[in-house]
Design a protein around this ligand. Structure first.
Ligand SMILES: [Zn+2]
Ligand SMILES: [Zn+2]
Ligand SMILES: [Zn+2]
Length: 108
């Protein structure tokens, strides 16, 4: 799939699996595309510190957008796929954490 090619993830990354200075446990291998700027960041805090503008939440009717990136295999999931994934990447089967994604999807 073409969509699995390199994606530019911004933020304070600490490795190439999208862990960042804020979230870096074993399963924190996820990046989120922000609606406000169409850019992938590993977490809400990275966006807040680097983007220079207020983050926007994805409305439920746009959850078919590919806004979740698996930092391990680089598969892009829609928010809906991620929500239904049991926090496991459907492609590489690694567990994906909620911590980083939750800050943008659930709690904004
Ligand atoms: Zn933004
Ligand atoms: Zn971060
Ligand atoms: Zn994966």
């Amino acid at each position: 799939m073409l969509e699995n090619t390199e994606v530019d993830v911004r933020g304070k990354l600490t490795d190439d699996q999208t862990r960042c200075v804020h979230y870096h446990s074993d399963n924190d291998i996820i990046a989120i595309k922000f609606k406000c700027c169409d850019q992938f960041y590993p977490c809400y805090s990275c966006h807040e510190e680097l983007a220079g503008h207020v983050a926007k939440q994805w409305p439920k009717n746009e959850w078919n957008t590919k806004a979740i990136l698996c930092g391990n295999c680089r598969a892009q999931l829609t928010i809906e796929e991620y929500m239904n994934s049991n926090h496991q990447c459907p492609n590489c089967k690694l567990p994906l954490t909620r911590t980083a994604a939750g800050t943008i999807i659930y709690t904004l």
